[in-house]
Design a protein. Sequence first.
Length: 252
Amino acid sequence: MNLRLEGKCAIITGAGTGIGRACAIAISHQGAQVALVGRRANRLNEVAREIGDSCLAIPADVSRKADIDRVLNTVTGKIGEVNVLLNNAGVLHIGTAEQITEEQWDETFNTNVRAVWLLSSAVLPSMRKAGGGSIINIASVLGINGARNRGAYAPSKGAVVLLTKCMALDHAEDKIRVNAICPGFIETELTAAVISRAPDPEAVRAERTRVHPIGRLGNPEDIAGMAVYLASDESSWVTGSVFPVDGGYLAV
């Protein structure tokens, strides 16, 4: 069988649940060795058991430089130089710009933007040694279009989109490609919590489904296929691109 990512080393953040978990499993199934990174060791270990021997589970807070250094030292020491980085870790606070607290704003940008910048910049020397690589940032359709009550989340994802484009330009000569995936509403623990806190969860679910013309909410596996493509050599001429994977949400 022709494995699309055989021989590659990939780091996936937020790998314990949702999109990160699905991407880690899909990338490993295509032959890559993967490093699962996230804050909750128990969730990482569950995914590691599902994948098997081709992965490492490394608990870490990727908004902290010391943790990032530890992750990279572990990965390069045990697997080798990094070919693929998938920045998926993220948080979501609901509220307008007036309602969001300073603490929520800081947590949003520390996790959704600062961590992407820190880990992406830190992995560049390893990717250069490997002869190039692919950085994949999980942004959001709300990084392209705004939305009500997303006064911190949408701006943070917009920052990820532009960081993606800037890094793509800066590092193309190193054969390091940088692209972003912009999911629509995906069924994860994060989004389930958003729905459950609504006064009428079923009405919110129905409304969210209606704005996706394909007629359903997304699954993490819907994002994993695009992640595999961007990690693979099939996308060797693709950089600085932003890919909505959104059931038609942005087409409306």
